[in-house]
Ligand binder design. Structure first.
Ligand SMILES: NC(=O)c1ccc[n+]([C@@H]2O[C@H](COP(=O)([O-])OP(=O)(O)OC[C@H]3O[C@@H](n4cnc5c(N)ncnc54)[C@H](O)[C@@H]3O)[C@@H](O)[C@H]2O)c1
Length: 267
């Protein structure tokens, strides 16, 4: 197999499961050494152990600025950062999350993880990566919800919109300073990971709900974590050397259209 990430040390946040874990697996397959990080330590350690000698798990709560600083002091050669950790707030906070009634503490909790966690990651990554003598890449996992509104999850949507926008500020700043650091965002939607457990009914109704959701996805199926991992691989590798401040939608075509498309009277 071609080693697209040889000589690369990558840090992935929220890598104990889902998209973060799939990205760690993909990076290792392509020659990287990967630091998986998160807040669910038992799971993180178990998964990292399965990945073998090129994987390591460390605790990193993305809300904690001191922890970020410490990680880059300890591992100054990290050249790829995937800011993947995220919560919807639907299970982690009391809510509600609609714009009119939103619970302020719940709102801050979502912003602290999704947006401020990413902003902190970028800050400390830039400080460390600018000293490297090789190109570096920061990949921010935003969402389809960072591009369109979500009435029942407004904090999540605003946090992901912030991630999308901050990505471009980071990209421009690094280019301005002639740092060899690119920064791009990825916008997944409907990717089957544990994040969906809170949004799908349990039991036999679950399959029906997934089938019904797939009807409204142009490609008629949910995405897999590997679909996002492959885009991370591209953005982490030299193949994307001329791409910065860009965004990639990984959504089965959801954002390509609208929910009330004009119909062709002849069809
Ligand atoms: N799955 C989807 O359809 C989808 C769609 C759009 C965006 N996303 C985004 O993709 C990213 C990964 O989500 P996923 O689908 O794999 O969900 P997931 O719930 O499986 O994974 C999220 C991970 O983030 C970690 N995490 C939560 N709070 C943290 C904190 N404070 N510090 C460090 N780690 C923390 C969790 O432990 C978990 O491992 C998230 O940012 C999510 O918003 C996912």
């Amino acid at each position: 197999m071609m080693q697209r990430l040889s000589d690369t040390l990558a840090l992935i946040t929220g890598a104990e499961q889902g998209i973060g874990l799939a990205t760690a697996q993909t990076f290792i397959k392509h020659g990287a050494q990967v630091i998986l990080s998160g807040i669910n330590h038992d799971l993180g350690q178990t998964e990292a152990a399965k990945l073998g000698k090129n994987a390591l798990y460390i605790p990193l709560d993305v809300r904690d600025a001191e922890a970020w600083k410490h990680v880059f002091e300890k591992y100054p050669t990290i050249s790829v950062l995937v800011n993947n950790a995220g919560i919807t707030g639907l299970t982690e906070t009391t809510g509600p999350h609609d714009p009119e009634n939103l619970d302020i503490d719940s709102y801050h909790a979502v912003l602290n993880t999704n947006l401020h966690g990413t902003v902190l990651g970028c800050k400390f990554a830039i400080a460390a990566m600018k000293k490297l003598t090789k190109p570096a890449s920061i990949i921010n996992i935003s969402s389809r919800s960072g591009i369109v509104g979500v009435q029942g999850a407004a904090a999540y949507a605003v946090s992901k919109a912030g991630v999308r926008n901050h990505t471009k500020s980071v990209a421009l700043h690094c280019a301005d300073q002639s740092y060899q650091i690119r920064c791009n965002s990825i916008h997944p939607a409907a990717v089957m990971t544990p994040i969906w457990d809170a949004m799908l009914p349990a039991g036999p109704e679950r399959d029906n709900a997934i089938t019904s959701m797939c009807q409204s996805i142009p490609l008629k199926e949910m995405g897999q974590p590997e679909d996002v991992a492959n885009a991370c691989l591209f953005l982490a590798s030299h193949e994307s050397r001329y791409i910065t401040g860009a965004e990639i939608n990984i959504d089965g075509g959801i954002l390509a259209g609208s929910s009330a498309p004009p119909t062709n009277p002849k069809s």
